[in-house]
Each structure stands twice: as C-alpha cells, then as structure tokens.
Write a protein that binds this ligand. Structure first.
Ligand SMILES: C[S@@+](CC[C@H](N)C(=O)[O-])C[C@H]1O[C@@H](n2cnc3c(N)ncnc32)[C@H](O)[C@@H]1O
Length: 325
C-alpha cells in the first residue's frame, strides 16, 4: 500500500491517545449516527447518553491532535446534530464556519412524514487562522462575462451528489459508503498537498482514497477488520476518476462566443474542474459541442491515455488543429 496512506485497525479513541498534540492538518470524518446501522459491531446502537459521551471523548482527542490551522468536518444526521454542534462550540471551543447540507435525490420513503433527502456536515476550525483554498473548489460559472471571475464560483453550502449506487464499480460492501466527491471538496478546500488528513471512522475508506489521489498524507482508523481489508483492496485499484461529481463541473458557460476565448477557457476548465475526473472530460466536450455546434470539436480519446495529466494540452492542440492554427 501507498507509504503516505495508513489504515489502522482498532478503536479510534484508544488509537488517537497515541497520536501527538497538533500533528494533523485536517479531520474529515463520518462517524456512526447512532441509527442502528449494522457495521458488524454495536457502534451504532448506544443509548442517547452513551452516544454523547462517546462523541465527547473522540472529539476531545480530535481537538488535541488537530493543528491550530486545522479544520474538522463532521458528517451527521438530524437526530444528533444539534447536540454535537453544542459540544463542538460550547464545550470544546471550536469555531463555527459552515453548516453544509449534502442533498441527494434518492433515499428511503416515509409514509407518515417527509422522506429524508439530506445529511449534514459541520465545519468547525480550531482557530481563526485556518487553511481554505477556495480556488481549488470553485464550480464553473453559468455565463461568460468579462467581469465574472471565470475561475469559477463558490460552490455554496448545499451540495448535491448522488449516493454511490450498488451497480457502480466502486460500490463497496459497506452500508454507508459516501461519494468520493464530497470528500474531494472538503480535502481540497481545507488542506494542501502533503498535509496530513485524518479520518477516525474510515468505513469503506472514502477519505483515504481521496487523500491518495490528491497527494495528501492520510491516516484512517476502522474498528471492523473486514472493512480494513476492504480499504486496502480499494486503495490498490487503478484510478479513472472519482466515483461522483458535482454536475455543475461539466457545464460550459453560456455566451462564450469568441473562439479564442472559448479555446482558452476549455483547456482551463479541464485543468481547473476536471483534474480528478478525467473520465468526465468526454461528457464536458459533449456539452461544449451541443452549446457551440458550429465549432464542434471532435476529440479522439481512444488514441490517448486519458489518465495522463497532459490531457488538457492534447485538447488544446486538437482545438488549434480544428481551428486551423
Ligand atoms: C458511517 S461509517 C463511515 C463510512 C465512510 N465515510 C465511507 O465512506 O465508507 C462509520 C464507520 O465507523 C466505524 N467505527 C465505529 N466505531 C468506531 C470506533 N470506535 N473506532 C473506529 N471505527 C469505528 C464503523 O465500523 C463504520 O464502518
């Protein structure tokens, strides 16, 4: 396995006690929500008070090991989120930054009450001096305007991503596997290359897979030994692009009618928004050709190694050839 990525088997509170103060740049984690899911253990079936005690214990350790420039992102369902917000802010002195809603279109149906269609992610920082790389997580603009920042817009705090479906190749045998693109956004925004990212509740290893593909160091802990093996296997698989993407990433802005501007924009777009999604470059080019049919660009991907970082240079060359320069 990758030397920069470590997966530890055991209980996260015990193992965190062995980690040094202020050694981790970012914590991104998705603990059990205490909703009686079967993780092959009893971790998701505690009494209300036991669950909050457990939460206080692991969050105290998390705060100790987090650097002063660090951020914690914590997934949570509606049942416990208000209690956990209180623990983070009032008891542990973290600083609130964002309440992100992960919105999905499919899920269980309720017959008495409204079917749940979101989970939430609390983002707190340890101090006011924290890492945040907005440029690395922008989304494409809807319109080309010379006064717009064409590097993209802030993605906002409602994030729409589908669950990883059972028919998808990357779907693991884990009941609450999260889409990689969720972790991609948090990790790119709140850490730099070579930083150490930590996930104490690793599950199927989504956080570690994203660290591996975004040049971060990663440490993950998982208490179920079968899941640890699953993670090792997942990390050994070839990479073709993350298993999910914000659909806005494949849109081309309206009003990009100037050929030279569009040419430059297309190569920038691929470089900025599709760097970790080479398998989506084709979809993006389809939307380009649909929106700007008179100047349709044919890309013959078959002859290239799609997953080579130089793909956007090749696209630039193809555009030039087409335009006769
Ligand atoms: C919600 S799942 C994480 C899913 C993960 N984000 C993914 O995308 O696959 C929570 C995981 O925490 C593990 N877990 C529960 N208690 C733990 C503990 N004390 N220490 C380490 N892992 C624990 C469970 O076995 C479960 O796999």
């Amino acid at each position: 396995m990758d030397k920069e990525i470590k997966i530890l088997h055991g209980d996260c509170i015990t193992l965190m006690k062995g980690m040094g103060n202020e050694t981790v740049d970012l914590i991104v984690t998705d603990p059990p929500y205490n909703l009686f899911k079967d993780y092959g253990n009893d971790s998701d079936r505690r009494s209300h008070d036991e669950y909050l005690l457990f939460t206080r214990q692991w969050l105290s350790e998390a705060k100790r090991i987090l650097k002063n420039t660090g951020t914690i992102y914590l997934f949570m369902g509606v049942r416990y989120i208000s209690y956990i917000y209180e623990i983070l802010e009032k008891e542990l002195g973290f600083i609130f930054n964002s309440w992100v809603t992960w919105y999905y279109t499919q899920g269980i149906g309720k017959t008495r009450g409204f079917s749940p269609r979101h989970d939430d992610i609390l983002m707190f920082t340890k101090t006011k001096d924290f890492t945040f790389n907005l440029d690395d997580v922008r989304v494409p603009q809807k319109y080309y305007r010379s006064i717009n920042n064409m590097r993209g817009a802030n993605p906002g705090n409602v994030w729409e991503f589908s669950h990883v479906h059972y028919c998808q190749e990357n779907r693991q045998n884990h009941p609450t596997q999260k889409p990689e693109a969720l972790f991609e956004r948090m990790i790119l925004a709140s850490s730099n290359e070579s930083d150490l990212v930590f996930d104490p509740f690793c599950g199927s290893g989504t956080a570690l897979r994203v660290c591996q593909q975004t040049k971060r160091k990663g440490i993950g802990i998982e208490t179920n030994e079968d899941y640890v093996e699953m993670i090792k296997n997942r990390l050994s698989k070839p990479f073709y692009g993350f298993d999910s993407i914000d659909e806005r990433m494949t849109r081309i802005p309206n009003d990009l009618n100037d050929t030279a501007l569009r040419e430059q924009y297309i190569s920038n777009h691929i470089n900025w928004f599709l760097q970790n999604h080479p398998d989506k470059i084709n979809d993006f080019m389809k939307t380009v050709n649909q929106k700007y049919p008179k100047r349709a660009i044919k890309l013959d991907f078959e002859q290239y190694n799609l997953f080579d970082n130089t793909i956007y240079l090749i696209i630039q060359l193809q555009i030039r050839k087409k335009e006769g320069n």
